[in-house]
Design a protein around this ligand. Structure first.
Ligand code: UDX
Ligand code: UDX
Length: 474
């Protein structure tokens, strides 16, 4: 929370005072919340100010934790972020942000300057004296597809003995249904509440998504704990959905699975378009204009990737299976995604004349999407791996990737990636690629073949420059 000099007098008149405090810095007039606070749960009323006066601890400062910590500091709270990675903590303490995320550098520097944001080594150091402890450690995919909870469990074990009475542990990481109970058990602290508050942040726009969410979901068995967590977000214009922990945890998986399904659906429609001679761009415009469908997440591409969709869809299949339901639909969504990687490889092979053995392929884009430096489960890397298995030589370029990657000749610019290449493959939708002169690219390549797996390039311009152009679904 903000400095105790401000908190003392304001705490006496609960919610309104808190709104006054969070909005004061921005010159807004406190008033009724503009959005409804939906509660399917009985007993939950509205956000309340906590009886305690501690800070917020964030455990794990990766893509999710760092954004969460910096944004909570921006909202006026005092935040202490703890991480096991000493070098990361030292750099962050100097304002050096280790990831590419729009607006995050500025927020971290502002937080350090104002004193609202600090970085320390270790979960327990951060959690000592904290009122809220956000767990933002990874939940990687286990060997059987289920989510591996070992980092969550070890963080919970580490903080257990230092927690204040009445503190609230908040699960921000994507965790299987029932994990709130697991954390409760590991903590072994009946005087501490565990609340689920899933994140819906997209990398590349995570700061914006945090400060302008579509909704804030809080899952808790204790209505008072739910209200205290909700109060942290007063001033953020979004409806609250307050529910039980299992429902909150399911919302996160269901949202990711639904979005992945939307993309797999459009990728399957793209395949149909290619077979029947339709143009997926027009088809998407036509279906997306139906408000019930909407335009978002209908961009065909090389398949979805990243740190969430691949592992969360598999985990949800597993969660359902363990509960006795065969989630065949979601298996199909995952399978269409793998086929999509393979379809892009087929297009590149066709462009190369039927074989990839010894063929130089220039690749634009390595990250799983644009505006991030994240390579986790990137479709681009899966496709490159398949190209290499067939003997292709891959020259890759990405604006955010500098470190060497196995089996890829990393280039300093998009032109170098095309030098001597027989095929150019556009695998990530970086805007910069859109404006590159196809004539110049053609002069560098040994053949004028382009596979645009993001439908990013201006097709007529590339065709005018003599390229054989293959997009997705058109
Ligand atoms: C997150 C989530 O929390 C995960 O559940 C979600 O599905 C994807 O996003 P993310 O922030 O992307 O993870 O992970 P990452 O960028 O790898 O950062 C994790 C941080 O936690 C790292 O800085 C790591 O050093 C730290 N960490 C890890 C700890 O502090 N303690 C641990 O025990 C493990
Ligand atoms: C996702 C969810 O959107 C977010 O709510 C959750 O908290 C974390 O997982 P993120 O993985 O950062 O966010 O990226 P997102 O924008 O959802 O894209 C995921 C993948 O789908 C990327 O590979 C992207 O290129 C692909 N995608 C997205 C498409 O192929 N087409 C689309 O229309 C949208």
């Amino acid at each position: 929370m903000t400095g105790s000099d401000q908190i003392g007098p304001l705490r006496t008149s609960r919610t309104v005072s808190h709104r006054a405090r969070t909005m004061a810095g921005r010159g807004e007039v406190p008033g009724p919340a503009p959005f409804p606070m939906t509660s399917p749960r009985s007993g939950w009323t509205r956000p309340v100010i906590s009886p305690l006066m501690g800070h917020i601890a964030v455990v794990g400062v990766g893509y999710v934790g760092l954004t969460t910590g910096a944004c909570l500091a921006k909202l006026g709270h005092t935040v202490v972020c703890g991480d096991v990675d000493e070098a990361r903590v030292a750099n962050l303490s100097k304002g050096e942000v280790p990831i590419v995320e729009a607006g995050l550098d500025q927020l971290v520097r502002d937080g350090l300057r104002s004193g609202n944001l600090r970085f320390v080594v270790g979960a327990a150091t951060a959690a000592e004296g904290a009122e809220f402890i956000y767990l933002c450690v990874p939940t990687p995919q286990g060997e059987d597809g289920s989510a591996d909870l070992s980092y969550i469990e070890s963080a919970a074990r580490e903080i257990s003995s230092v927690l204040e009475e009445g503190a609230i542990v908040v699960n921000k990481s994507t965790v299987p249904v029932g994990s709130a109970k697991v954390v409760e058990r590991v903590l072994g602290r009946p005087d501490v509440s565990v609340v689920s508050n899933p994140e819906f942040l997209r990398e590349g726009s995570a700061v914006h998504d945090f400060l302008h969410p579509d909704r804030i979901v809080v899952g808790a068995d204790d209505p008072n704990a739910a209200s205290r967590v909700a109060a942290l977000y007063l001033g953020v214009p979004a409806p609250f959905i307050v529910t039980d922990p299992a429902s909150a945890e399911t919302i996160k998986y269901a949202a990711n699975a639904f979005l992945a399904a939307k993309i797999s659906f459009v990728n399957a429609i793209a395949a149909v378009c290619e077979a029947v001679g339709a143009d997926v761009t027009d088809v998407v415009l036509g279906i997306g204009s139906d408000k019930r469908i909407g335009h978002d997440f209908l961009r065909p591409g090389p398949g979805w990737g990243g740190s969430c969709f691949p592992k969360d869809t598999r985990a949800l299949v597993r969660i359902a299976e363990d509960a006795g339901y065969d989630f065949d639909l979601l298996r199909g969504v995952i399978s269409v995604n793998s086929q999509q990687h393979a379809r892009v490889v087929d297009k590149i092979r066709d462009a190369a004349g039927g074989s990839l053995d010894g063929v130089v392929v220039g690749v634009w884009g390595l990250t799983f999407k644009a505006r991030t430096d994240d390579l986790r489960d990137s479709p681009s890397l899966a496709i490159i791996e398949a190209l290499r298995r067939e003997g292709a030589v891959v020259q890759g370029y990405d604006p955010t990737v500098e470190r060497e990657l196995d089996g890829i000749q990393l280039c300093v610019d998009p032109y170098e990636a095309c030098a001597g290449a027989r095929v150019l493959a556009v695998l990530t939708e970086w805007d910069d690629f859109r404006w590159i002169d196809p004539e110049h690219v053609g002069e560098l390549m040994s053949a004028r073949q382009v596979v645009d797996a993001r439908n990013l390039l201006e097709r007529p311009a590339w065709q005018r420059a003599g390229f054989t152009y293959q997009g997705i679904g058109r």
